[in-house]
Design a protein around this ligand. Structure first.
Ligand code: ADP
Length: 449
């Protein structure tokens, strides 16, 4: 097992990884930008190294700085969390070259799945069904016209190097196609350094359903059930739950078996998430794979009893899957609300000093957060400041618990998405499990009180 791990991240996920390391008896090294000097991840790590100014490109994304911090402190491994360098194949390669274990899949797999068009082809070859779309990257105007003719309208143009809900354009009419393509491609080039685009049929009312997987280095792979992540704003998740109210036990088992078979063929290791869209007639299509721990991993932890971060670390250290996870029993229902520092209706970020931070507790309630009273939320990073997660014996109990936990969560000094979460949880369609990825638009549009 590792003696010391560097956590190449900030905020709640850095703290979450530090918790797992402490429980495993592993020392930790935090890295931080000048804006995060007083953060909890710095306070709770055994050692901490400043890696640069506030801007992520000069600190959390700065590979030479992170590697130097790892070398100075003599760590055995690096946990990248999510975002930042977590899906950077080059970073995983540099770690390998520096004889530091990267806690995640191999650089080859990260590269394969990071190219979303290639990922579609690879998983198709391994037996999964993808959304009908272009044959590979769209080549020029002729290729664009041919793809659109094949797919039909509406379609969605997607950046092959895209992520985080960015780099996508919906096209409903042939006359908008070329301009949308050119704009999206140049945006993709600016955001991701890669203009490559592919196209998919746009599914009008999809549900987003994803499978958590874990694979060890000895050829074993399992899934830990699915998560329902349809409650989104701007293609970004706001509420997640497990299990999904939209699929039954047989579907869960059948799709899970297909996922495991496909990833065994690909030779996947460590934690990952396979994302699908389900259309109105219940057909399920692969959209992408994330080769890292997800923000929403706690809902899976609560229904399986597996500590996914510990499992990642143990697998990276060479342990067998069954030792890393123990026996798995699915039970109950878990829901997570991502509490963002933003206006609950316009989604405009709200940085600043938190004056009051009173987190709820009690049976079945978990709060993953690095925020606290008097903390300053800097404007430079992601706006998520806390994850409120609850577990109940069934979905009804989980909803009731989440409602009271949201009521008792008091954050003052900045604006947060808590009022929006309260409305979501109080909505009869949410309670009935009747929703798709446009739920929030409808909620804000039809009764935008
Ligand atoms: P990212 O990598 O940026 O997260 P994804 O490919 O995972 O992008 O898609 C994010 C979200 O965008 C999905 O959860 C869904 O809401 C929407 N979306 C993506 N592809 C489609 C599609 N073909 N039809 C309808 N909605 C889509």
């Amino acid at each position: 097992m590792f003696q010391k791990i560097l956590v190449a991240n900030r905020g709640e996920i850095a703290l979450r990884v530090i918790c797992a390391c402490k429980e495993l008896g592993i020392s930790t090294v935090a890295v931080y930008s000048e804006a995060d000097r007083n953060s909890l991840h710095v306070r709770f790590a055994d050692e901490a190294v400043c890696i640069g100014p506030a801007r992520s490109s000069e600190s959390y994304l700065n590979i030479p700085q992170v590697i130097s911090a790892a070398e100075i402190t003599n760590v055995d491994a690096i946990h990248p969390g999510y975002g930042f360098l977590s899906e950077n194949a080059n970073f995983a390669k540099v770690c390998e070259a520096s004889e530091i274990t990267f806690i995640g899949p191999t650089p080859e797999i990260i590269e394969m799945m990071g190219d979303k068009d290639r990922a579609r082809r690879e998983v198709r070859a391994a037996g999964l069904v993808t959304v009908p779309g272009s044959d590979g990257i769209i080549q020029g105007e002729e290729g664009l016209a041919a793809s659109a003719a094949k797919i039909g309208y509406p379609l969605i143009l997607k950046a092959s190097a895209g992520g985080g809900g960015r780099g996508m354009r919906i096209v409903r009419r042939v006359e908008d196609l070329l301009a949308a393509f050119q704009a999206a491609s140049s945006e993709a080039y600016q955001a991701f350094g890669n203009p490559d685009m592919y196209a998919e049929k746009f599914i009008e009312h999809p549900r987003h359903i994803e499978y958590q997987v874990l694979g060890d280095q000895h050829g074993h792979i399992i899934h830990l059930g699915e998560r329902e992540c349809s409650i989104q704003r701007r293609h970004q998740k706001l509420v997640e739950e497990s299990p999904s109210p939209a699929i039954d036990a047989k579907q869960r088992k059948d799709l899970g078996a297909k996922v495991v078979k496909a990833l065994s063929k690909i030779g996947y290791t460590n934690a990952g998430t396979v994302e699908f869209l389900m259309d109105e007639d219940g057909s399920i299509y692969f959209i992408e794979m994330n080769t890292r721990i997800q923000v929403e991993h706690p809902v899976t932890e609560l229904v399986t009893g597996v500590d996914l971060i510990k499992a990642q670390i143990r697998i990276a250290a060479g342990e067998h899957l069954q030792d890393a996870t123990g026996e798995i029993h699915f039970s109950g229902h878990a829901i997570e609300c991502r509490i963002n520092a933003e206006d609950p209706e316009t989604f405009v970020p709200s940085a600043g000093r938190i004056t009051t931070f009173q987190a709820p507790g009690g049976t079945g309630v978990r709060v993953d957060s690095a925020a606290h009273a008097d903390a300053v939320i800097p404007p430079y990073y992601d706006s998520m400041i806390a994850k409120l997660i609850v577990k109940g014996r069934d979905r009804g109990e989980a909803i009731g618990r989440m409602k009271r936990a949201l009521e008792m969560f008091v954050i003052e000094g900045i604006r947060t998405s808590i009022p929006l979460h309260r409305r979501i949880l109080a909505d009869p369609d949410f309670a009935a499990g009747r929703f798709d990825t446009h739920f929030i638009d409808r909620l804000l549009g039809t009764n935008g009180k």
